[in-house]
Design a protein. Structure first.
Length: 160
């Protein structure tokens, strides 16, 4: 393995999202070879460096997991909910840490991807990559083209 930025290595190892990994580092919760590191861009190599988060060793993910899940209404699309609502992560029985790629409202249902692949998650969700997403909605009344909805195109048969 080649040396890479610490927050990227942590995210790829399934510790948290890149942004959350940056916060862990800035909070002083990450050590590299016994020393607290607070610079997210510090270069590390998990084959040579001992990286700990909250005292626990970080290991590279040995196998990537990709789970397609139908999220039912009433379930939140997050790994952990402080309000105690059921989460999509609780719906799957895997030993690896997985997290949802993207979000659906709690009242919405639909297909979601859960993975431990931080790089894929970053690529699919970061605005810089402009990955197009398509949603289909079932409405209880016709959508009027006279009502402006930002970012929604309305045609006679579909809104995208």
């Amino acid at each position: 393995m080649n040396a890479e930025r610490l927050h990227k290595v942590l995210a790829a190892a399934g510790v948290a999202s890149r942004r959350d990994c940056e916060e862990l580092i800035l909070a002083g919760r990450v050590t590299v070879n016994g020393k607290v590191v607070q610079v997210p861009g510090t270069r590390v190599d998990l084959d040579q460096d001992m990286v700990l988060v909250d005292g626990k060793p970080v290991k590279p993910v040995s196998e990537r997991l990709y789970i397609l899940l139908h999220k039912p209404a009433g379930v939140v699309s997050t790994a952990d909910d402080p309000q105690g609502r059921p989460t999509v992560v609780e719906m799957v029985d895997v030993s690896e840490r997985v997290y949802p790629v993207g979000r659906l409202d709690a009242d919405s249902e639909g297909l979601m991807l859960l993975t431990n692949d931080g790089e894929l998650t970053h690529h699919l969700t970061h605005p810089r990559f402009a990955v197009e997403k398509e949603y289909r909605a079932l409405l209880d009344q016709p959508l009027s083209p006279r009502i402006p909805v930002a970012g929604v195109r309305v045609s006679s048969s579909r809104a995208r």
